[in-house]
Design a protein around this ligand. Sequence first.
Ligand code: WTA
Length: 569
Amino acid sequence: MDMQTIKARAGDHNLENYEEKYKNFNWDEVKSNFTWSETDKVNIAYETIDKHAADPAKKDQAALIYSSPDREETLSFDQLKRKSNQFANVLKKYEIEKGDRVFLFMHRSPEFYAAFFGILKVGAIAGPLFEAFMEQAVRDRLEDSEARMLITTPDLLERVPLNELPNLEKIVLVGGSDSDHHINFEKEMQKASEDFEIEWVDLEDGMLLHYTSGSTGKPKGVYHVHNAMIQHYQTGKWVLDLKDDDVYWCTADPGWVTGTSYGIFAPWLNGVTNVVRGGRFSPDDWYGTLDDKNVNVWYSAPTAFRKMLSAGEEAVKKHDLSSLRHILSVGEPLNPEVITWGLKAFDLRIHDTWWMTETGAMLICNYPSEDIRPGSMGRPLPGIKASIVDNEGNELPANQMGNLAIKEGWPSMMRAVWDNPGKFESYFINGWYVSGDSAYRDEDGYFWFQGRLDDVINTSGERVGPFEVESKLIEHEAVAEAGVIGKPDPERGEIIKAFVTLRDGYSESDELLEDIRQFVKKGLSAHAAPREIEIKDTIPKTRSGKIMRRLLKSWELGLPTGDTSTLEE
Ligand code: WTA
């Protein structure tokens, strides 16, 4: 075990003494920061935007600095308030009500943020979809949530199977033309009033649906409520260490939970300036963004760090990165080599954070005020009880590997899996939320990630369910059966590898393999398409017909195959 630690740098940090806080803190303390603590009627959009717009000292501060290779636009808190009010009025006009699901399927843009807050302001539930999703992925989510309205752009509308979605009554097109038979975003916004009376809701009312993958079945709608703001706000302070005049950049797309909890809520609840960079990733573009926007606090992911590392020292030296004060990481294991690179390239530590779509906010973290142990995800937040448990939910002693689990009941915990109570309940054992990750805890309370306990694949920090990919593969005319695994990869963490058997009359060729790959890419999304496909004579299955992905993985990695007693003849 590598016990080398990297000391905290002295400074004025928002979390000063972790151990003491951990002992004494109670989440109720956070509530007094919010005026709703007196009324219990609330709206996260108000706390995130309108509250700052009502503050003469903050209203003209840049809330959003949007930039992409072909567009630059800055919106103050006041402007973002007015635009989201306008969109809330548009939603009212088209009879969107509290609790309705309104989905967003568009590239990041100032319009996205105006629409997103408009949805929250009418008390509806926002469902942001990753822009790279293709038809099947879009259909599954809109169908399951019974979304009434979708806000999208003409190029992405082609991927929405309108005829197959009976609940989807209305389409709002951003950047559409007069000939479209849909609601025109720009025209409606022009006509809409900038005043809007926010729909005040209960803390336990819904605000967000994020679909995420498990090892079986279609993606599941993870349901979050307004109450999550308590944890978004507080982790923004303690972990992101946000200060009033900070410029902050979270690189995640709002189609994933990091892009909402930490690309929208945590920074704006804390009233900082939030940078959003559109366009494609390249190390040079990102170094340029850190430099041009004078970013102080930067939250990104190991895959991006590894690519930036590979671009070499010259790429770093071209830029002035002296504004950068604090760097954080999420989504995959953060390799100690990357931390070493961070120290060299930026003279800063990279702080790992662990959490999930289901947990809504950070749970186990490294703090700017505390020492870090490279390779460890850190220690639980004050107010969070984390542990390692066995399959019955009994706590295990230090240094023993098991299920990483959290005592249920933290503020940002998902409140349901959409239309699937059984799935929701299956996460909890003996009062613990069981994450599906394996880990151990050392004697000092630091947690060390070991891997997934199920077959969920983590490729470049994006969660992919093997079942979804397998289902798509067998829709291809040449594919009879398919089994999909994550194969370790130095840059992406894992890549998707598919094993398939062919139908009679088909034989292996490079063209066929490429055609199958493209089929998944066009049907599901680029990040879900297998990078490797191998043809097999049979796919190993249990007697009850379940694909034995574990066996496929052992074969692939040349590991012992373990218990194969359930393998069919
Ligand atoms: C993995 C992203 C190692 C883990 C916020 C988890 C991590 C899944 C870390 C959730 C980390 C997240 N170290 N692995 N610091 N953070 N993971 O739902 O397997 O997209 O269960 O949420 O990512 O992915 P999700």
